[in-house]
Design a protein around this ligand. Structure first.
Ligand SMILES: C[S@@+](CC[C@H](N)C(=O)[O-])C[C@H]1O[C@@H](n2cnc3c(N)ncnc32)[C@H](O)[C@@H]1O
Length: 258
């Protein structure tokens, strides 16, 4: 049986359905790795240089896993997210302001944000869902105040996750190149710096296979149940031990407005 999905295009409503379905269990995967959350939060805060009084926005914030870290330092974190179910998981907090909107809505001004200008903006693992990235980056850049920072956190085009081969290949097909994103940010007049950092992750194999079955990465939605089961069996054969260990490497593209 071929594990290759037939169609690799992903319409917006399919992405929204995926995250609506995943919302209730999204945090569980990462709650298992508090060290990862702390490491990633540190990577973000260090680059965005958020200080008291800063007005910030987390675009495609999901459940607010990283907006919470921003809120410990910023005056306000606007949490923008198109999936109502994901947004509903953002904890209530004076400094966390939920807004139901996509990056495209904000960039085009179809949905207005509550502040005129932003000191810092985070887009973590969101841009691969955006079709016209250059237009969205340019539109969001206009929301930054002079000296404002935009941080895009994303996976590189090749990952060493313990997935099955067809999933890894599809990932590489679909994932935008961080270098291209850096170029798009540069074209939007941002001063750009691209860096990479990795964190060693380890999961009990059964738990990781459960996450794959639950399609914890959106690209796994491209595989039907039978293809996914064949993929899980392939992972099992490649990882017969009790733990799977791998390094999650991320690209951090920081843009600063003049
Ligand atoms: C991989 S999750 C990342 C969530 C969060 N940033 C994090 O790192 O935990 C991707 C998020 O992007 C949201 N998303 C999908 N398409 C989007 C778009 N066009 N604009 C903004 N957010 C989008 C999804 O609903 C989902 O919550």
């Amino acid at each position: 049986m071929s594990i290759r999905p037939e169609d690799s295009a992903v319409p917006e409503d399919v992405t929204r359905d995926h995250y609506d379905r995943l919302a209730a269990t999204y945090d569980e995967n990462w709650a298992y790795s508090p060290d990862f959350l702390e490491w990633m939060t540190g990577c973000i805060l260090r680059r965005l240089r958020v200080t008291d009084g800063d007005v910030t926005a987390d675009i495609g914030c999901g459940t607010g896993l990283f907006a919470r870290g921003l809120a410990r330092h910023a005056a306000a974190v606007v949490c923008a997210e198109p999936s109502a179910a994901m947004l509903a998981q953002v904890p209530a907090g004076e400094r966390l302001i939920p807004v139901g909107a996509s990056a495209e809505d904000l960039a085009a001004g179809r949905v207005a944000l509550p502040h005129d200008a932003y000191d810092a903006m985070l887009l973590k693992e969101v841009l691969h869902h955006v079709e016209d990235r250059a237009a969205v980056i340019a539109g969001l850049t206009r929301l930054l105040r002079p000296g404002g920072r935009m941080l895009v956190v994303m996976l590189p085009t090749r990952i060493s996750y313990p997935l099955f081969v067809a999933a890894l290949e599809l990932f590489t097909d679909r994932q935008p190149d961080p270098v291209g994103v850096a170029d798009e940010m540069h074209s939007a007049s941002l001063d750009v710096e691209l860096t990479y950092e990795g964190f060693p992750l380890s999961f009990p194999t059964e738990r990781y296979l459960g996450m794959v079955r639950n399609r914890y990465m959106s690209l796994l939605s491209a595989f039907d149940d039978a293809q996914l089961e064949a993929g899980v069996a392939e992972i099992r054969r490649a990882h017969p031990g009790e733990q799977v260990a791998f390094t999650a490497t991320f690209a951090f593209v920081l843009g600063t407005a003049a």
